[in-house]
Design a protein around this ligand. Sequence first.
Ligand SMILES: C[S@@+](CC[C@H](N)C(=O)[O-])C[C@H]1O[C@@H](n2cnc3c(N)ncnc32)[C@H](O)[C@@H]1O
Length: 566
Amino acid sequence: MNKYKDWDKKDLIEHIKILEKKKKFGLTWEHKNDEGPVLFCKENLIVLEEDIKKRIVSKKSNNFNLFIEGDNYYSLAALNYSFEKKIDFIYIDPPYNTGGDWKYTNDYINRDDPYIHTKWLSFMYERLRLAKDLLKDDGIICVTIDNHEAPRLWLLLDEMFGSNNFLGEVIIRNNPASRNVDGKIALTHEFAFFYGKSLKSKIAKLPVHPKDKTHKYLQDPNGIWYAPTNLRKTGVDNFGVKKDGSIHHRHYPIYVDPKTKEISTSKKFKIVIYPVNEDGEKVIWRRAKEDIEEMYKKEEIWYNKTSFGDQIYYKFYGGTDGESPKSIWIEPEFSASEHGTPSLNNVLGKKSSFPFPKSPFAVERCVEIGCPNKDGIVLDFFAGSGTTAHAVMNLNLKKQKNLKFIVCTNNENSIADEDTYPRIRNVIKGGYEDRKGNKVEGYDTNLNYYKISSIKKTNTDQDKIKLSKRLDEMIMMKENTYNVVLEEKNYKIFNLEDKYTIIIYNVAVFDKVKEKLKKINGKIKIYIFSLSNENFNEEFEEFPNIITESFPGTLLSMYKRLFINL
Ligand SMILES: C[S@@+](CC[C@H](N)C(=O)[O-])C[C@H]1O[C@@H](n2cnc3c(N)ncnc32)[C@H](O)[C@@H]1O
């Protein structure tokens, strides 16, 4: 309170007004902006540099996956240039903040730090802020956490993504043996929170095998699964009462021949059955009167005498196209203690010192329900030992998908060098043994490895000139064209399949580039260096379907928007 002792009355009243306006519901914490990377980005421009020695090239695949080494605040900053609104699914498993498991301003946060929650929330907020813009409009984020930070993280996600976009939480039994703390409940689970970017984001249904359904499914002569089901409707709308109070027309009699069991809706047989429930109340059938005889011809409906009297049954052909994932996952394959470390050690062919890798099956399931498309990009910016990359490759193989991954990790305790990169390399190359001693085949894909670099910001044309020479990688990423076709002093050409990207550093080469353009057959985008953000589109008018964009103006405005007003 000492800080107010010299304030005059007018200032104090103004200050009280501001305090009264402050929100009183939700998460409030003293947001700190003093973290190293946050301060660094105010003064410097982040760029990426490829470590070409770590590139993994496949013979067949045109899929390029990306690995970015460095603090993820920088990685996310750089990704904003190339991947804004392009990511389908983000899976992250941040440090759980249980003491000593992450660094804030270069120091490990100690369990007794009075600001332990505040610092963690600020750290998470800053990264989620940058990550949110990367998600497509129908994209989804999944964040795993244990009960230590779960309450605060849940509120933070609610605020950042909106409570309307909350898609559900899953309890994953990740440690069946439990973490025993005297006098407390022994913890066997953690949470996975799912949020959408907008109301367009939807969790995918999981395929169901009819044999696993709770009620009995049978196969018809064509092999199609059906559930024998009473034709009498049960459940909420079984009375079929319409809004005006009249009864739905599906309350009609069905006639059955006692000898042949033939079924008809014409009054020609002795047995008459109405849809009536156990209490003798009028209900409705599940099918319209016009359908019944056709169903009988196709052997899809039959008569049954049960202890409840005369009944009509039919073949219900629905319910097998998938069901919403349930909120508790207790299957042993999801356990990190049973599958995390053993899976990592198998792929590495040695004992890893990384303490908490997730089960690849648990991550696979999260990706499966959060990223239903066949093609798509999955991002993990707390990649740790690379479980997400492994899970994406497994899922692609199992479900014939074509998902790409971007993983970001720092190299703390040499994790990138000793775990993440070797794991991804070995999964791609194959040849290691699984837990049963079988040799595992490789997975055909590419990996590009980048490191963080930067340029001191001076707000002059010099920034633009310096930047222009260091943006190749980020432009290649932005356009998904990673093959070098031609490298000249003042222009470069990259491609992938029928897509071409041309970077022009000096307008003096326009004529040379035009000559090249005549020989290129494909979609072309040209990036042209310009101090004034001029895109020179008239220059290339004679070539239809060519898009031109100036650089590095867009990147500079983006960094200004992301970092100046913090
Ligand atoms: C809980 S682990 C993730 C484990 C991962 N899901 C797995 O299965 O291996 C969190 C990881 O985030 C890394 N990390 C912490 N702070 C980071 C930061 N600012 N930038 C990048 N990585 C960071 C830690 O080094 C650690 O490897």
